[in-house]
Each structure stands twice: as structure tokens, then as C-alpha cells.
Design a binder for this molecule. Structure first.
Ligand SMILES: Nc1ncnc2c1ncn2[C@@H]1O[C@H](COP(=O)(O)OP(=O)(O)O)[C@@H](O)[C@H]1O
Ligand SMILES: [Mg+2]
Length: 314
């Protein structure tokens, strides 16, 4: 039995929970956004001419903050909007499907904040950032989905940088630290119209305390409710190495757990899965598997996807 099968079996054997659906879930829309509506604000100093409130109407021109280089992404073997039929794009098509089904409320269970998706793993270097970006790209390629990719591995932030965001850009840390900075202030628009980025923000010496703080709870609640029509993907810290990953895990509706084939030990997978709440939906990506046919070097990566369901509706 593979690691992933064992992990799925473990998930399926955990206790059934019937947590009620959050009463306010899914109620917010962009139109009820206040100061921090997605399209209407810019952090003062970065852009002195905030987009007026009237410009939050759909289909209006939005200034692009970040030009993502599709070439760079393709070089790293990632999903790019201009190659929707590449092998990696096909793989992420099947990885995203169950996540989207849950967001639409058509899954086997009703989740509290299904639009909030955390990408995590047991340890460092297993492919969290790689998977988070691919997932964000893949979902942003859907016609009717807007994705917010949040760089929440604040101690080792790399997602935003990989997409061309300067390290000096304000982000999540600034929102958590300063009551006057709102999440809408730090959202960056990209050349992919359906993809927005929240960078990690400037370095902080105590990232654990920040992510585990009450402000993080507030930010996540706001993302879930005010931006209920968005898919929010958190590129997150590893579960076994940090405390804050567990905090983030307790706030989201769905978790994508990345397992690096032939790298992550079964014990590490099992310990990390034990740290997750029972009411969260956990999917798994088996990353870095060896294919002998996927590229000309005869050595590549592939994905397996197991879906563990921790509770039933009845
Ligand atoms: N499936 C994959 N194919 C190609 N490169 C990968 C794959 N998964 C991870 N990598 C590479 O491995 C390194 C570590 O991955 P990363 O996503 O940064 O890990 P993490 O965020 O879990 O620390 C990065 O250089 C990344 O580009
Ligand atoms: Mg990372």
C-alpha cells in the first residue's frame, strides 16, 4: 500500500463530526466590501491614485501590479495559462476538481469555509509553493473563478517572489501587525485577470506569533466571508516544523497536503495528519514521483491524488 493510500485510509478511519455550517458563510460579496474591496483600494505610497469606488463594477479595466512571466513558470515546470493542455495542466485539472466541487457545495459534506484552501506538508521543500502556485494558476484559468494566492509561509516566503513580486511589497505581515492596513490594501493584481496575490510582506522576527494571533483569525474570517466568491489559496508553513501551520489549518475549510514521494517518511505524514482538525477536508498530492515518460530526460515529476474525507453528512 502506498503512503498516500495509507494516509487516506487513516483519514477515513478518523471520527465523524457534524460541525454546523457557519451562519455567515458565503454571504459576503465584493459589492458589500467596504474600504478594502478587492478592486478599490491601493496602499497609499505605492499607488497614490486609489481606484474609485465606482470602478468595482465588473469588466472595468484594472491596473496590473505584477506581470507574471509565463516563460519563467514554464521553465520551472509549472502550469501556465498559455499551455492549458500541458501534462502539468492536465494533472492540476484533476487535482482542482474535488476542491471546486466542495466550494460549490456539491461535495459529500458541507464545509465551513470551503473557499479557503491551505496548501501544506509535513516538512520543508516538499512542494507546497510549487503546488500552491499551480493550483492557483489552474483555478484562475476557469472562466468564472477569481483566485487570491496568499503567501502565508511568512518565515520562508517564496510564492510571491516566484511570480515576480518584489520582496519589499507590503503583505499579510503588514495587515497582521498594523490595524490600519487591510487585506484589500495589499492585494496585487496580475496580468492574469483572475489571479490576485497577497505577498507575505516585510520580514518579521516573530512570524509564529503573528500567524497565531487573533488578527490572523480576523483576516481569515474576512477573506472567507467578504470574499466568499473568491478561491483563497494559502501557501503555508510546514505542519511539523511550525506551530502557526496548525493555526492556519484550523481556520480553513480545505487542506491540500503535499507528500514528496520517496522523501517524506510515513511517520512524518502520519504525525502531520494527526495535527489536523477532523472537520477539515483533506486532499493529498503525491509530488515528485518519478515518471520515465514525462520528459526527454526520462526523469520527471508526477502527482497522485487521494481524497480523504473526515466526516459524512448523515
Ligand atoms: N513536481 C515538481 N516538479 C518540479 N519541481 C518541483 C516539483 N515540486 C517541487 N519542485 C521544486 O522543488 C523545490 C522545493 O519546492 P517548494 O515548492 O519550494 O517546497 P516547499 O514550499 O514545500 O518548501 C523548488 O525548487 C520547486 O520548484
Ligand atoms: Mg514554500
Amino acid at each position: 500500500m502506498s503512503i498516500i493510500e495509507k494516509a487516506v485510509e487513516k483519514l477515513n478511519s478518523t471520527a465523524i463530526d457534524h460541525r454546523p455550517v457557519h451562519p455567515h458563510g458565503e454571504s459576503g460579496t465584493v459589492s458589500d466590501a467596504g474600504h478594502d474591496g478587492l478592486e478599490q483600494t491601493r496602499l497609499v505610497g505605492r499607488d497614490q491614485s486609489p481606484v474609485s469606488k465606482s470602478s468595482i463594477a465588473p469588466n472595468v479595466y484594472k491596473p496590473v501590479d505584477i506581470e507574471i512571466s509565463f516563460e519563467d513558470l514554464a521553465e520551472r515546470g509549472m502550469v501556465t495559462p498559455d499551455s492549458p493542455r500541458s501534462p502539468i495542466a492536465e494533472e492540476y485539472r484533476s487535482i482542482k476538481r474535488p476542491l471546486l466541487t466542495n466550494i460549490e457545495g456539491k461535495g459529500a459534506v458541507v464545509l465551513r469555509h470551503p473557499n479557503l484552501i491551505m496548501v501544506t506538508s509535513a516538512l520543508q521543500g516538499e512542494g507546497k509553493t510549487f503546488s500552491a502556485i499551480n493550483l492557483a494558476m489552474s483555478i484562475a484559468m476557469e472562466q468564472d473563478k477569481t483566485v487570491l494566492l496568499v503567501d502565508a509561509d511568512i518565515a520562508k516566503a517564496s510564492a510571491a517572489r516566484l511570480l515576480g513580486v518584489p520582496d519589499s511589497s507590503p503583505g499579510l505581515i503588514d495587515v497582521l501587525e498594523d490595524d490600519n492596513v487591510y487585506i484589500g490594501d495589499v492585494i496585487l493584481h496580475t496580468n492574469i485577470p483572475n489571479l490576485r496575490i497577497v505577498p507575505a510582506g516585510r520580514m518579521h522576527d516573530r512570524p509564529t506569533e503573528l500567524l497565531a494571533s487573533q488578527s490572523m483569525y480576523k483576516v481569515v474570517e474576512e477573506l472567507a466571508e467578504r470574499y466568499a466568491d473568491r478561491v483563497v489559496i494559502f501557501d503555508s508553513p510546514p505542519l511539523l516544523l511550525t506551530n502557526e501551520a496548525q493555526v492556519v489549518a484550523s481556520l480553513v475549510g480545505q487542506i491540500v497536503f503535499v507528500i514528496a514521494a520517496e522523501q517524506t517518511s510515513q511517520r512524518a505524514v502520519s504525525e502531520a495528519l494527526d495535527m489536523l482538525d477532523e472537520e477539515v477536508m483533506v486532499g493529498m498530492i503525491l509530488n515528485k514521483t518519478k515518471h520515465t515518460f514525462t520528459n526527454k530526460y526520462g526523469y520527471g515529476y508526477g502527482y497522485g491524488y487521494g481524497y480523504g474525507n473526515t466526516r459524512e453528512t448523515n
